[in-house]
Write a protein of this length. Structure first.
Length: 210
């Protein structure tokens, strides 16, 4: 509710300004990290191209597709390919279906009925979830800011599922937080945006409940 109130003036101005044709969700609906929403997505997709893991006819799976941060810039790259994304947040899937799939029928978004400490408390456990896709379906699987919300059993299941749905020779592009001497020192000095002080067996948390 606070996000809706805070960003409503910005969204109203955008709606009636010259930028209204930009394919981007209202700021009040964006729940995937900070920074420039469109630029962040473009930077990632440009990196996919630079690494030669994305072409116009690629089949791409976006794990945790959110509200289109990766999908929006990918619409300009997958002219002959297909895109599948799934997410646990209904608002994100609904917005993407209405605004992206409507213009780009080769982009499909699926709502996954999964529980998550941060977003929703009902649904299937991530450590047993089977991706709703067939074996060896995708050339590229992207996993941006997803494993940072998981513990080991869930992550291992997702890694297994990613391997299952990837074609032979396919690629996975994933982001992580890494605990090493450098990151630990930065946290102690207060120079890191995240402060993982709750120690577990092989990982750390910011919040015991999340």
């Amino acid at each position: 509710m606070l996000r809706w109130i805070f960003f409503l003036p910005h969204d109203l101005i955008k709606k009636w300004s010259s930028s209204r044709d930009l394919l981007a969700p209202p700021r009040r609906l964006i729940y995937t990290g900070g920074g420039d929403f469109l630029q962040t997505g473009e930077d990632f997709v440009n990196n996919f191209v630079e690494l030669c893991i994305l072409s116009k006819d690629s089949s791409v799976l976006d794990v945790g597709s959110g509200i289109g941060r990766m999908a929006i810039p990918l619409t300009g790259k997958l002219s002959e390919g297909i895109y599948e994304g799934f997410d646990i947040m209904k608002v994100g899937v609904a917005w993407c279906r209405k605004h992206i799939t409507h213009r780009h029928p080769n982009f499909n978004f699926t709502l996954a009925d999964l529980s998550n400490d941060l977003y929703r408390n009902q649904g299937e456990d991530a450590d047993t979830f089977r991706f709703p896709y067939r074996d060896e379906q995708f050339d590229l699987v992207i996993v941006i800011s997803v494993f940072t919300h998981m513990i080991a059993p869930e992550l291992l299941n997702y890694a297994s599922e990613i391997h299952r749905v990837l074609k032979k020779g396919g690629k996975c592009y994933a982001t992580f937080f890494i605990l090493n001497d450098i990151s630990k020192t930065e946290m102690v000095k207060g120079k890191n945006d995240f402060n993982f002080q709750i120690q577990k067996v092989n990982y750390r948390l910011i919040d015991e409940q999340v």
